[in-house]
Ligand binder design. Structure first.
Ligand code: AMP
Length: 143
């Protein structure tokens, strides 16, 4: 199963922000959309960085509420680990575990085309396990 299957189910709506925006604007967008991370992109949808709720907590813990005025370009994570639509879910799970993050932007060519969260991956795995156990049950019943 590939990333593109998850994207097809959850739709291709992606919440993004530009690096000139402030941390406060990113926090407002996280709250509005009830999400845990926003991808920072340029005007061509190329990935420039990512800012997650963990960054917000750390920055406010370190600097206080003044951090909210900081431009994203100065506080975002710049070395973003991404994936492509044709990569498989176990590969993405491994990437999240190794990198200790819960979001992986999906890129095609130079452009952002989606984002996969740990919640998407867990939902997919639970559904897959339920399908497998139903198949096993059917097989045993019919034997
Ligand atoms: P998260 O677990 O996704 O809330 O992110 C934890 C930390 O990793 C934060 O500092 C994020 O900015 C960073 N981060 C989140 N996703 C990625 C990613 N795909 N590549 C690199 N860093 C990331």
């Amino acid at each position: 199963m590939t990333v593109s299957v998850i994207l097809a189910h959850k739709g291709k709506d992606i919440v993004t922000i530009q690096p000139e925006g402030t941390l406060g604007a990113a926090v407002a967008s996280l709250a509005e959309h009830r999400i845990g991370a926003i991808v920072v992109v340029d005007s061509h949808m190329a990935v420039e960085g990512i800012i997650s709720e963990r960054d917000v907590v750390r920055l406010i813990g370190e600097r206080g509420v003044e951090a909210l005025a900081a431009p994203l370009a100065s506080v975002m994570t710049r070395s973003v680990v991404t994936c492509t639509p044709d990569e498989t879910i176990p590969v993405i799970m491994e990437r999240m575990t190794r990198g200790r993050f819960r979001h992986v932007p999906v890129v095609s060519g130079d452009k952002l085309v989606g984002i996969i969260s740990i919640g998407d991956v867990v939902k997919f795995r639970v559904e897959e396990m339920e399908r497998e156990s139903a198949q096993l049950r059917d097989y045993i019943m019919s034997a």
